[in-house]
Design a protein around this ligand. Sequence first.
Ligand SMILES: C[S@@+](CC[C@H](N)C(=O)[O-])C[C@H]1O[C@@H](n2cnc3c(N)ncnc32)[C@H](O)[C@@H]1O
Length: 313
Amino acid sequence: MIRGPDVSRLKCMPDIHDRLHRTFFRAVSLLSARAQGRLLHLFFQWVHQAPDPWRYETEPYEIGKYEMTLRHIPDRPYRRALDVGCSEGAFTRRLARAFPQAECLGVDVSDHAISRAAAKAAGSARFAALDFLNEDPGGMFDLVVCAEMLYYVGRGERLRLVFERFRTFMAPGGVLVLVHEWPEARRLYRHLDESPGFRKMAEHPCEHPERSYAVTVYERVEPASTGPERSRRAMGAGEGPGQAVLDERAEPGHQLIDRRGGHRLDPHDVPRHGQPQDLDGHHPRPLGGIRRVEHRRQPPGELPVDVLQEQRF
Ligand SMILES: C[S@@+](CC[C@H](N)C(=O)[O-])C[C@H]1O[C@@H](n2cnc3c(N)ncnc32)[C@H](O)[C@@H]1O
């Protein structure tokens, strides 16, 4: 039998390995999304020739990371959970045990990985071989987990495409949990942090002598309901005059001013959605614009002020 690579051994030279790794996958992401998906399929089929190439079943570091991830998933009665890039399902099985009421689906681009995942799970979770860049997992999910996978997505525009796909498969109020190397996670999630479709709920960096990582939790929000509703909540308990809250739009009845010049703006003048944009040459898709408005709580009796911090479409 041809043995696959022992990927876990590369951890002993993290700098060189990570640099080559990121450069390679960024170059692959210059292709169309379809061609990138085909190459990822070939690559991860090769990686998964031998079982458990990252030693997810046995490495104390990986097992500790799974436990930490589960600890930080908000405790809610999830109905459908998706594990994107699940490899052989070591975490998907834990997820299914932790949330027995939820239907759990693990997806991975490698069918070698998926057939082992299905055999190990023995019916406790479902699995599907698909390329998440181009193929749909089917239906909506109120919990999505994606761990150690975004490095392979490559350049920023492709990451944006993946975040847009997370949004498409998640119902408003759904929870997205990302687990990646720290502090690289900050770079990987930059576009998500700017997206009006998600709100960061919590970030838990875990310093580790072997390799630090963070568990970051986002909530899928409906841009139309993020303004007044969210800012009312955010400006409630525990916040005093002068404290600022970031949101995506001005509240009705507030003054909206430009951060640089302090000019007053008409909230209705400012568009909230961008034009459809072709991300991969095949699927024009609308992208939400980026807009950050800082709500400043004023002393009682004074008109609240909203400051436009950033706007890009
Ligand atoms: C490093 S492993 C992480 C496995 C798992 N999330 C964990 O942390 O235990 C990354 C996985 O992502 C999968 N993957 C990479 N690109 C993918 C894509 N476009 N669609 C689906 N899976 C993908 C790979 O096959 C691989 O199994």
